[in-house]
Design a protein. Structure first.
Length: 457
């Protein structure tokens, strides 16, 4: 169990026992977040959980970190293969993460670390990747805090209808741009309200909901927390929002780029504090940005191209990087400048940087781990911060972020900073994940090709 305080709405083991004894809870979901950012695991009957699983966890096949998005076993992973027999790994319960799942009757969830049978962490597990950077920050005297702003598009079609229609001709929940529109959000408020209230009961601290630019696009914001709590909550929210939408007869998507209009972003806000909570991003004497903060920002910028694979992990991610779209295309920073990939916001205790590169498809553990690793590299190397960009970053001469998954894959594979921070095993694992996606995409015949070529070529 960690020493990081979580929401008082989370359950203790004693409270869980009481709920089960009273017949209020009959199902315990044990889950971890996979490479694709999805919750995977199993449902356990509550009395069996108490008798057999609570004390030592449970197991699952190690292929769960070596499959594509369709759950196909694929080659190239050292962690798991036919030659190695596809053995088990241990789901090690994090008992600080016991939470009610109120939108599923009689259910609680516990999130897990993945380990070998000897207790050694499974290095490529997203939670392990982030934990390594959290420990690295702690060793340097820092605690890290983050918040993720995750957008989604709501459709009046069910997931089954969307599948059957090949995801074409779907009806968005709004027919026009409802950015900040109260009327536009009221139309979807029954769903948004259920998501907000469900997440609050599940231990998240809900801030607000607002409309966004694409048709049917919305965002629900949650209060920042220590980075592991934020990543855990993000995973619960993303799965829960889909489940609640399905109960409403609707569907929603977190795809980075569903259509040619605005994509779904996931802006990640990050800051450091001292181990006792003291400010380190601001100079206490002057009230100005500290030298440490500037080194941290410089590290984010220096590694941004090399670490883009962890911010934009899918083929579709790169369709979002378009000029004038509020999605960044350049490696630049600015004060409250939304054209830059790194935007500085807040002051005093609220001083933080916003990484605008990730989309709604990002794995939060990997993105936050990348930002922490980058910033710590900047501090350790004493990197100097370049002058801020004033004006429009889209039309500047700043370096551009990778525009394809292949380019990002190559930069990450060759990054000595990434290999030093994450280890060869992790880097090679996620490079292979990119190779798997590239091979699948390059073998596919798309609707775009059919429309252009069926008759006219």
């Amino acid at each position: 169990m960690s020493d990081h305080p979580r929401s008082p709405r989370m359950l203790t083991v004693e409270q869980l026992r009481a709920h089960i004894a009273a017949g209020e809870i009959d199902t315990v979901v044990v889950a971890f977040t996979d490479m694709q950012g999805r919750l995977q695991g199993k449902r356990l009957h509550a009395p069996f959980f108490l008798d057999e699983v609570l004390s030592h966890g449970t197991e699952g096949c190690n292929y769960l970190l070596a499959v594509d998005v369709d759950m196909n076993t694929v080659d190239g992973y050292t962690i798991s293969s036919w030659e190695k027999g596809y053995g088990d790994m241990l789901f090690a319960l994090d008992l600080d993460t016991i939470r009610l799942i109120p939108w599923v009757p009689g259910t609680v969830m516990i999130q897990c670390d993945l380990t070998g049978h000897n207790g050694t962490p499974v290095a490529p597990s997203p939670r392990s990747v982030l934990k390594k950077q959290v420990d690295r920050a702690a060793a340097a005297g820092f605690r890290a805090f983050a918040g993720t702003e995750l957008e989604f598009i709501v459709f009046n079609d069910t997931y089954e209808q969307a599948w059957d229609s090949d995801y074409r001709g779907l009806t968005p929940a709004n027919q026009y741009n409802v950015d900040y529109s109260i009327l536009g959000t009221t139309r979807v408020e029954p769903l948004l309200r259920d998501i907000r209230n469900g997440m609050y009961a599940a231990g998240l601290t809900v801030e607000s909901a607002k409309g966004e630019c694409n048709f049917g696009q919305h965002e629900i914001a949650f209060r920042f927390a220590e980075v592991m709590t934020t990543a855990d909550d993000h995973s619960v929210y993303k799965t829960g929002a889909k489940e609640i939408a399905a109960a409403h007869g609707k569907s929603l998507t977190f795809m980075a780029k569903f259509n040619e209009r605005e994509g779904n972003s996931c802006h990640v806000h990050l800051s450091l504090r001292g181990l006792d909570g003291e400010l380190v991003f601001e100079d206490a004497d002057t009230g100005h940005r500290s030298a440490l903060y500037e080194h941290f920002i410089a590290g984010i910028l220096t590694t941004m191209r090399e670490f883009t694979l962890l911010y934009a992990p899918n083929i579709n991610s790169y369709k979002r990087f378009a000029a004038g779209s509020f999605a960044p295309t350049t490696v630049a920073w600015g004060t409250d400048n939304r054209t830059c990939s790194v935007r500085l916001v807040g002051h005093g205790p609220g001083s933080r940087l916003e990484n605008r590169l990730p989309g709604g498809d990002v794995n939060p553990y990997l993105a936050i781990a990348a930002m922490l690793a980058a910033g710590l590299h900047g501090i350790e190397a004493g990197l100097e911060l370049e002058p801020e960009l004033i004006g429009n970053a889209y039309s500047s001469d700043k370096p551009t972020v990778p525009r394809t998954l292949r380019a990002a894959r190559d930069l990450f594979a060759a990054s000595t900073i990434a290999r030093a921070a994450f280890g060869d095993e992790v880097v090679d694992h996620y490079v292979n994940a990119a190779d798997v996606e590239l091979a699948a995409f390059e073998a596919a015949v798309t609707n775009w090709e059919l429309r252009r070529g069926f008759e006219r070529l």
